[in-house]
Design a binder for this molecule. Structure first.
Ligand code: SF4
Length: 369
């Protein structure tokens, strides 16, 4: 269950764009995905292990929404997450509670969230969040989601012990295999709470401000957001070829936001059609049918009878081989693998990959000199 005003994962967006709250409230709930279900399953498993002090191995084979907790998944996600707890609390002195519902009481009615782990270690209150996705690496420093949980936990009945007399708060992201930690003061958390209160009050005003930025990426209201639709109109009417290069760089930033808007719009229209809601000018059609064998075994027998060799063997990829060799701790020999780029792609200047060097241009320049 999520707050329809603001929760941990939406705190950053609501503070940056208070006007997004009423817009997001108009959107239908996003259907769950395999990715989200896998995250929920891993959260449930680690909570059970920690809360009941159970051996992790007993969860191998757990099935949640059709997703199986395999040994491989366990080794990749749960084992390093448990190792992170040992690193944070080597002496096993930490008192903690997992999966706590935290809220702001009368200060912000209807605003709540679920904190993965709230703990106390010496003079330090601990707020920890598991991230089991493989996507964007999340930082702990100034992390709005963790500050939200800390601020709410400080006001939640039954969690006072974690903060009473504490002189600092540590915010931790465990995103296997990475562990990011940030120690801050109780004052910083209270300051964050003031920002959040102001944003929530602003969001209730009829003229709540909309501000576009990096936070739009996860905003469900993109398809109906006037700032986004305004950007579409402006983009369509602008003559890109008359723009100088610096402006094209700025336009690309805008394009990133538009791409997010377009994919969310498509997903929303698809969801509406699937639920029987008409979208004028659009309909659902079956995907292109690909032929397949009714029974592989019967097809194989028949083809062999016709004298056709119907099977093929393919060498697995270096990535798959590396995974299989992991168990025997054998490394792939360098001389067996070569990395061949399939071409060039465009990336922002901040991308860590080096820019492609055009050798032909370099040589002709040298010749000219
Ligand atoms: S898309 Fe961006 S600007 Fe529009 S409501 Fe969402 S967060 Fe605000």
């Amino acid at each position: 269950m999520h707050s329809n005003i603001v929760g941990g994962s939406t705190a950053k967006r609501v503070i940056a764009c208070p006007g997004s709250v009423p817009l997001v409230q108009q959107m239908p709930p996003k259907p769950s995905s395999e990715y989200a279900d896998r995250g929920t399953m891993l959260h449930n498993i680690i909570s059970e292990i920690l809360e009941k002090d159970l051996p992790g191995q007993q969860f191998i084979g757990t099935v949640y929404e059709g997703i199986i907790h395999t040994q491989e998944l366990h080794d990749e996600k749960i084992v390093p997450a448990l190792d992170a707890i040992d690193e944070i609390d080597p002496g096993q002195q930490m008192v903690f509670k997992v999966e706590s519902l935290v809220d702001f009481g009368d200060l912000l009615p209807g605003v709540f969230g679920s904190a993965d782990l709230i703990g106390r270690l010496g003079n330090r209150a601990i707020v920890l969040d598991w991230k089991f996705g493989d996507g964007v690496a999340v930082e702990a420093t100034e992390n709005e989601q963790l500050m939200f949980y800390a601020a709410a936990a400080m006001r939640t009945k039954g969690l006072e012990w974690a903060f009473a007399g504490a002189s600092e708060v540590e915010l931790i992201i465990v995103q296997p295999p990475a562990v990011k930690r940030w120690v801050t003061s109780l004052d910083r958390i209270q300051q964050f709470e003031q920002q959040l209160v102001m944003a929530v009050h602003k969001s209730a005003q009829p003229d709540a401000k909309l501000t576009a930025g990096e936070h739009c990426r996860w905003c469900a209201a993109k398809p109906i957001c006037p700032l986004m639709t305004g950007e579409i109109d402006r983009a369509l009417h602008r003559q890109l070829d008359s723009l100088p290069a610096e402006q094209i760089g700025q336009a690309l930033e805008m394009a990133d936001r538009l791409e997010g808007w377009i994919s969310d719009l498509r997903a929303l229209a698809f969801q509406m059609l699937e639920n029987g809601k008409p979208v004028p000018g659009y309909k659902l059609v079956p995907k292109r049918a690909l032929r397949q064998w009714v029974s592989d075994d019967e097809a194989l027998t028949w083809l062999q009878e016709q004298g056709v060799d119907a099977t093929e063997t393919k060498v697995i990829s270096p990535a798959k081989a590396e995974k299989l060799l992991k168990k025997s701790k054998t490394a792939l020999p360098d001389n067996l693998v070569v990395a061949v780029s399939s071409g060039t792609t465009m990336a922002a200047e901040s991308d860590p990959r080096p820019a492609v060097v055009d050798l032909s241009k370099m040589f002709s320049k040298l010749k000219g000199n």
